[in-house]
Design a protein around this ligand. Structure first.
Ligand code: AMP
Ligand code: ZN
Length: 503
């Protein structure tokens, strides 16, 4: 079986034009009126965003979705929160976004999981897909309009492979696998290496190590269709080349083009997907030659930097990860985690620490307190949004989603509101106008209101403590109080009984 390298080798990294990049680009004022400017990995430039739609309104956006073999870690979710921010900001700017996100439910790690658990593919993946959507909801991710699963698109995938065969860019190996020939593709005038400068001789070093690789014409070629092997168990489909299953890259080409057409606006993912996943997606999709002449498969490629732990990428393989569930069980709210993930620019690595998460919680509380005071003053009053801080926020976000400046606009505004509240000079109408402005901002930040809901296990502990107190087992009651504190909750005994609050 061909192991698809999912991360860049050191050599490829060195050849990689993605970094260094200009930091803190100062955009002149007149450019700010030009609308959203965004960094395009394909051109390595910050460019004005212009949809392909002649009316300039509709935008097609594809984000590579999760591989549903386990619970997602918050590194994965950094990328999905980034995609959500892009969608929300485009909608804020008046675009009508069609957001497609696939579910990778056929893949090596999944097949291993199916083998080890004895479940069917569907039983195994549906468990993790369900968990993914629950996590997505906890982080306030807007549901994509279309959520195709690879296993339900085998027909489309086979058709695309057939087309690549017809064009001469794909060939069948003796074992029944089908590979994409980079050499034939380039000979036909196509360019492999659009997202990074590739040294084709260095490509996929070590690929020859696996005996399966000898079936390929060239080490750089990658699998479109993988012949069935004994380890695959019952995970296989019939195809013109015999039993087998699709490669990972072709899944995204087939599904993105099916739902967004052969040429669309935006394609997103974490930076580890640039090579080989996205480069191979371009080769397959442009190799099918379905695009109107002169149009690329994807106009803007956007990639999010990684979430790190002590300087290294948070990942399952390094074991340095927190799942979203780990953090929720510790008493952190989804919106606090979202706020932390949105605190750094999407192209800057973000180092995750629990201390950083607690600091995020503190900052969010300042914002929540201010909004609460505004609500109390506004009462039933309603008003149009006040322009400040919306103008400053828009100017900041237009500049390649400069969230630091966006948050500065928000927190300066919070400070002003607090001063006005303290000095008692805010009328209900002004407070209502401020709240209306916040609602516009929050259509992008997606923080919502504080969740009052205390997790069931915390409530159970609080009840247990209450029982222990009744039984005069104060040692046990104190131990539970400590346990709650450790998980980030405190119990306050009020005249109406104990109340659990976030610490
Ligand atoms: P996967 O479920 O492995 O297919 O990954 C889903 C998404 O998470 C992909 O877009 C990856 O690029 C992204 N991803 C994986 N690890 C990290 C990380 N540490 N930080 C940010 N994004 C990540
Ligand atoms: Zn993909």
């Amino acid at each position: 079986m061909l192991p698809l390298p999912r991360q860049l080798s050191t050599q490829a990294r060195l050849a990689f034009a993605w970094r260094p990049r200009p930091r803190a680009v100062i955009v002149p004022w007149f450019l700010k009126t030009m609308g959203l400017q965004i960094f395009n990995t394909r051109t390595r430039r910050v460019e004005p965003f212009k949809p392909l739609d002649p009316s300039g309104r509709r935008v097609g956006m594809y984000c590579c979705g999760p591989t549903v073999y386990d619970y997602g870690h918050i590194g994965n979710f950094r990328t999905f929160v980034f995609a959500d921010l892009v969608r929300r900001y485009l909608e804020f700017r008046g675009y009508e976004v069609r957001h497609v996100m696939n579910i990778t439910d056929v893949e090596d790690k999944i097949i291993r999981g199916v083998r080890e658990t004895g479940l069917s593919l569907q039983e195994y993946t549906s468990r993790y897909e369900k968990a993914f959507w629950e996590d997505a909801a906890a982080l306030h991710l807007l549901t994509p309009h279309c959520r195709p699963r690879a296993a339900e698109h085998i027909g489309e995938i086979i058709k695309l492979v057939q087309r690549l065969m017809e064009r001469g860019f794909a060939y069948k190996a003796p074992d029944g696998s089908v590979y994409f020939s980079i050499e034939r593709y380039c000979r036909a005038g196509h360019r492999y290496g659009q997202l990074l400068n590739l040294d084709l001789d260095q490509l996929r070093p070590g690929a020859r190590v696996s005996s399966d690789e000898y079936a390929k014409d060239a080490a750089a070629d990658f699998a479109l269709w993988k012949a069935r092997s004994p380890e695959d168990g019952e995970v296989y489909w019939e195809s013109p080349w015999g039993e087998g299953r699709p490669g990972w890259h072709i899944e995204c080409s087939a599904m993105s083009m099916k739902y967004l057409g052969p040429s669309f606006d935006l394609h997103l993912g974490g930076e580890d997907l640039i090579f080989p996943h996205h480069e191979d997606e371009i080769a397959q999709s442009e190799g099918a030659e379905l695009q109107p002449s002169g149009r690329p498969f994807v106009n803007y490629w956007l990639h999010g930097a990684h979430l790190l732990v002590e300087g290294r990428k948070m990942s399952k393989s390094l074991g340095n990860f927190f799942t979203l569930r780990d953090l929720l069980a510790q008493g952190f709210a989804g919106r606090e985690i979202r706020f932390l993930l949105l605190s750094a620019h999407y192209r800057d690595p973000l180092n995750f620490t629990l201390q950083g998460l607690r600091a995020a919680r503190g900052a969010l509380e300042r914002l929540d307190d201010c909004l609460q005071s505004l609500r109390e003053i506004a009462g039933d009053a309603e008003a149009e949004p006040q322009p400040e801080p919306l103008d400053r926020f828009t100017a900041a976000m237009d500049e390649n989603l400069n969230v630091s400046a966006g948050w500065a606009a928000v927190f300066d505004w919070v400070r002003e509101q607090n001063r006005a509240i303290r000095e008692g000079r805010l009328t209900p109408n002004q407070a209502a106008a401020a709240l209306a402005a916040w609602r516009r901002l929050d259509s992008v930040w997606g923080l919502g209101e504080p969740e009052e809901k205390v997790p069931e296990e915390i409530l159970a502990l609080a009840r247990e403590r209450q029982e222990a107190r009744k039984a005069r087992d104060f040692q046990r009651a104190d131990a539970i109080r400590e346990e709650l504190l450790r998980r980030g909750w405190r119990v306050e005994d009020t005249p109406k009984g104990p109340r659990v609050k976030r610490n």
